[in-house]
Design a protein around this ligand. Structure first.
Ligand code: CP
Ligand code: NVA
Length: 301
């Protein structure tokens, strides 16, 4: 694995290796066993969009691995004034040992990787959020023991989270049902990926999607970058919510995941959110452990 740009690029074995290394690093952290596997290395972290979890977990993770994180707001970089991505990538390759980028266009991350001589990690684009899905898979494996025979139900937008979750879920052998409003269709690359896969289904029927689900997931109705569509989406997504009725359709031991930030009473009710808060915040914690594993896989020589 040279870069982490999107989950489609990874094999099931590579995904499993990262999850297993996450378990190991989590164990070492919880038992105060030092693991300075990236001592002396620097990670450049470019943010074009806001972040709490991603920024903090990458920074803390790099520190725990003995390396140095460099937070770089795109607004403060020349890239924010139009310096080409290709030039920024070539310059940063001369200073850093790895790069993490959160931005809008997937093409920008791909362009960065094309010109970079150091590993590039996608920390969210409009198309994909692979780091989050590693945390979600780790959380599912912790709560359910394995992925075998599990059904994931994702309620909401055909966005970066849905794209990445369905790829990750199908790659590790789970079933995936997506409930989204009419007109919210899959990105062509994702549609091609799921074509003829009997483990994938998309429907507009939330209750049917949740039937017998082991994992129920949602995400915001309007993502970062969708601000202009916010009002339209408030109408389109009415009913695309995790609530008690939806959970009554899922398995009795189903868990709820949310990548956060959550909009209560929109995609999830306060009651359901608080009922499953332990799982949701374990999921948030797992961002730290999986990202350390990703960084070690990419940057350790
Ligand atoms: N889930 C997630 O990526 O959160 P942040 O936007 O706070 O990084
Ligand atoms: N779909 C959301 C995820 C935030 C972590 C967004 O892109 O804003």
């Amino acid at each position: 694995m040279k870069h982490l740009l999107k989950l489609i690029d990874l094999s099931t074995e590579e995904i499993t290796e990262i999850l297993n290394l996450s378990d190991q690093l989590k164990y070492e952290l919880k038992n105060n066993i030092p693991h300075p596997r990236l001592a002396g290395k620097t990670l450049g972290m470019i943010f074009q969009k806001s972040s709490t979890r991603t920024r903090v977990s990458f920074e803390v993770g790099m520190y725990q691995l003995g390396g140095h994180p460099l937070f770089l707001s795109a607004n403060d970089l020349q890239i924010g004034r139009g310096e080409p991505t290709a030039d920024t990538a070539r310059v940063m390759s001369r200073y850093c040992d790895g790069i993490m980028i959160r931005t809008f266009e997937q093409a920008e991350v791909e362009e960065f990787a094309k010109y970079s001589t150091i590993p590039v990690t996608n920390a969210l684009t409009d198309f994909a959020h692979p780091c989050q899905i590693f945390a979600d898979l780790l959380t599912i494996r912790e709560y359910k023991g394995s992925f075998e025979g599990l059904k994931v139900c994702f309620i909401g937008d055909t966005n970066n989270m849905a794209n990445s979750f369905l790829v990750g879920a199908l790659k590790v052998g789970m079933k995936f049902t997506l409930a989204s409003p009419a007109g919210y269709v899959l990105h062509p690359e994702i549609a091609a990926f799921v074509k003829d896969n009997p483990n994938f289904e998309q429907t507009t029927d939330v209750l049917a999607a949740a039937k017998e689900a082991d994992v129920v997931v949602t995400d915001v109705w309007a993502s970062m970058g969708d601000e202009a569509e916010e009002q339209k989406r408030q109408q389109d997504f009415v009913g695309y919510q995790i609530n008690n009725e939806v959970m009554a359709n899922a398995k009795s031991d189903a868990i709820v995941l949310h990548c956060l930030p959550a909009h209560r009473e929109e995609e999830i009710t306060t009651e359901v959110f608080e009922k499953y808060a332990n799982v949701i915040f374990d999921e948030a914690e797992n961002r730290l452990h999986v990202q350390k594993a990703i960084l070690v896989k990419l940057m350790e020589k």
